[in-house]
Design a protein around this ligand. Structure first.
Ligand code: HMG
Ligand code: MG
Length: 298
């Protein structure tokens, strides 16, 4: 039975913009968040408290968080790879934090400069401190379907990290296809392994759309009963440490799919398309979302 309701986590302000080489003003990032929440998005990944040397675009994290006019009922999350990130993030009062590991050793090294085992050791105090402040913790498992450095990644490797994340108390697990190479059956196999350690309500899919499979992969997850997905308005996104990977699945495309399936996401498609057009205009390009462009062309 596919779910009747889906939670969408909008990652455009974070995943969508982190890879942009041109500076994007904090005021525009804040404006984007405001437009997204006005469109009915209830979960927004706003920024990252990572090293500005590693990801310069997120260096304005505190300013962006401080500029938000928060809406009741909206949850604001931020990425925190270590205690330094968490301590900096706490002052911004996030509702959730995200620790991000990987199913591939090579990607773990390239993205966060440590092995998988070391990353889990680093995350443990972050999870404890977040919980002590009443903050929920999501864990992302990058390269769950393939790695730009290692190639194939097995479901066993995904399960290993899912188990480790569970052991240190991570509340929710995101299965991430960083380079968008997953196809539905393989995605289901990876998800099923995550579901051995997490309940359906605490597992999500994060699909980059490099090979155009993201919507099919979301449908494959819906068939399993998974009801939380990350998506990025206007199809923005990419990881600076995953060369060639394109943006996340566009939120507009996901909302259109869900509408067709009579699944409620609470998001107003027209307002979302406007938010996508706004940020694409700031970046000086057309939205990548097919639905966004189709709606704009009407
Ligand atoms: P490191 O160099 O090993 O860290 O980086 P370190 O502890 O040795 O510290 C080195 C310097 O960084 C020091 O400064 C620290 O203070 C500073 P210095 O003394 O040289 O001036 N530093 C920090 N500064 C600000 N905030 C911090 C922080 N930590 C240390 N939190 C580190 C390790 C994890 C920090 C680094 O590798 C890093 O920042 N990586 C982040 C990479 C990243 O953000 N990638 C993109 C997000 S993940 C993603 O996109 C995937 C996802 O979308 C799912 C998917 O699609 O797969 C989630
Ligand atoms: Mg991503």
């Amino acid at each position: 039975m596919i779910p009747h309701q889906v939670r969408l986590v909008e990652v455009g302000p974070r995943d969508g913009l982190q890879n942009e080489k041109q500076p994007v003003a904090a005021a525009d990032k804040i404006d984007l968040v405001h437009r997204l929440q006005a469109a009915g998005v209830r979960e927004i990944e706003v920024t990252s408290f990572v090293s500005p040397k590693w990801v310069p675009q997120m260096a304005d994290n505190t300013e962006v968080m401080a500029g938000l006019q928060r809406r009741p009922g909206v949850r604001y999350s931020v990425l925190t790879p270590n205690m330094k990130g968490l301590e900096a993030a706490l002052a911004s009062r996030p509702d959730e934090i995200v620790v991000f590991g990987a199913a591939s050793e090579a990607f773990s090294q390239r993205n966060i400069n440590c092995s998988i085992a070391e990353s889990i050791e680093r995350f443990q105090p972050v999870v404890q401190a977040a919980h002590a402040h009443g903050i929920k913790v999501r864990g992302a498992v990058s390269c769950a379907l393939g790695c730009p450095y290692q190639g194939e990644v097995s479901a066993d490797e995904v399960e290993r990290v899912a188990r480790l994340m569970r052991e240190i108390g991570v509340d929710h697990l995101g299965v991430a296809d960083t380079i968008g190479v997953g196809t539905p059956k393989r995605v289901q196999r990876a998800m099923e392994r995550a579901l051995r350690h997490y309940p359906l309500s605490e597992v999500s899919g994060h699909f980059h759309d490099t090979y155009g499979q993201a919507l099919a992969n979301i449908y494959a997850c819906l068939e399993l009963g998974v009801a939380t997905f990350d998506a990025s308005v206007a199809g923005l996104g990419g990881c600076p440490y995953a060369k060639g990977a394109t943006g996340n699945v566009a939120t507009e495309d996901v909302v259109f799919l869900l509408q067709g399936l009579d699944i409620d996401s609470g998001v107003d498609l027209d307002r979302l398309v406007d938010a996508g057009a706004f940020i694409s205009g700031v970046l000086g390009r057309k939205p990548v979302s097919r639905v966004g462009n189709a709606v704009l062309a009407k």
